[in-house]
Design a protein around this ligand. Sequence first.
Ligand SMILES: Cc1cc2nc3c(=O)[nH]c(=O)nc-3n(C[C@H](O)[C@H](O)[C@H](O)COP(=O)(O)OP(=O)(O)OC[C@H]3O[C@@H](n4cnc5c(N)ncnc54)[C@H](O)[C@@H]3O)c2cc1C
Length: 424
Amino acid sequence: MNSSEYDIIVAGGGLAGAAAAISAARENAKVLLIEKHGFLGGMATAGLVNPFMPYVIWKASWTYDWSQVVNQGLFGEILKELKSMGGLHSNNETFNEEFLKLILDRMMKKYNVKVLLHSFVSDVSRKDNKIESITITNKSGNRVFKASYFIDATGDADVSALAGCDFKLGRDGDNFCQPMTLCFRLANVNRDLYDREKSVPMINKIYKSFKEKGLIKNPKENVLLFEHVVDNIVHFNSTRVVGKSAVDAQQLTEAEMEAREQVYELYRFMKENIPGFENCQLLMSAPQIGVRESRRIVGEYIITQEDLLNAVKFEDSIARGTYPLDIHNPAGTGTYIQDIPYGDYYTIPYRALVPKGIDNLIVAGRPISSTHEAHSAYRIMPICTSIGEGAGAAAAIVSKEGGAFKDLSYKKIHAVMDKYNALY
Ligand SMILES: Cc1cc2nc3c(=O)[nH]c(=O)nc-3n(C[C@H](O)[C@H](O)[C@H](O)COP(=O)(O)OP(=O)(O)OC[C@H]3O[C@@H](n4cnc5c(N)ncnc54)[C@H](O)[C@@H]3O)c2cc1C
């Protein structure tokens, strides 16, 4: 296919980018999806982030009403596929990311999305208010691709930044972002001795005493661990690298190395102190460190924590969410959590996906326009998937009708989303 034949180019094949690509392609847009890794899924696969945080209405603190799902549409389709392949745990949250990679591949084929893996978006050519082309770098060299519209789903707003759009980094004041975390797994855990519910308080009591004695360097206040689809494997989301920027290559490198030391420290801690882990082995860490937060675009609307805590229903909503504010201390120990009203949900306005001052670019996933605090809530995988689905629907419409993203009527987006059971 000649490069200029694409209606839409999606940069970044995480859950948001994958959903955006499918959402646009099933409305007959010609879509190219570019991803730097050799598989799709982003944090869900490359970051080994697991489980899906709850995508349903909350009844009370960490208590859910599983009959009221707020992230449906493509996220629902992905869940259904995972379940049918035996890749979804009975807790409805833990999933097998190897199946997820395959499911996303198959969905790209089904919806006719052209995918280019192992390809990094390294430059953008912009004229006035429009992106004309992007440059990608891969094994074949550098290549320029043109399209009428672009979706930035790189997680870090790379395309927006390269196009000269305004962005924020981390929290106001010091620009510190939420810490990075290298997820990892310990295998060969004796489940007769280790039971997540019962063991976690004991693990954290010991961990705290180790920290007080200065025996643990990791700044995280507790050990955060989860189930895995395999019984005797335990998943850890518990390293914490603070004060480094994920969009500075040198700092990102340092973060990977520091996190690997923390993985080993936690492995030794668990093996030497926790019943059931005596014979555990370090199975794997993620292919890349997990990035919670980096750039956020400055869009036509900036979502605030008040919008989420007041469960505001925006007229131009394109996604729903129920996950609380969840800020892992960007500077050290501690995690701040604040729930939204139980029984309710907040919404993500379309305007927050539209960067200011540019006509043919929209953002999907975690770098949409918000404050640092609001970002901490909607950044979870189910909501990012829904945001991607909304972005793709919008792109499909403008690619048929022409015009700028900012001028698109939300009613048209809703009409498309209604066809696919995507809630907004
Ligand atoms: C440690 C950690 C723990 C978390 N815990 C949970 C949890 O338990 N449950 C939950 O639901 N959510 C959790 N989250 C949040 C969630 O994983 C992410 O916010 C979400 O997956 C973001 O999706 P995305 O598609 O917007 O971005 P990403 O998943 O980051 O996808 C971006 C994609 O773009 C690609 N890319 C980036 N730059 C380029 C480029 N220049 N060119 C080409 N490709 C590029 C990347 O390789 C990636 O595939 C966690 C996040 C982290 C980091």
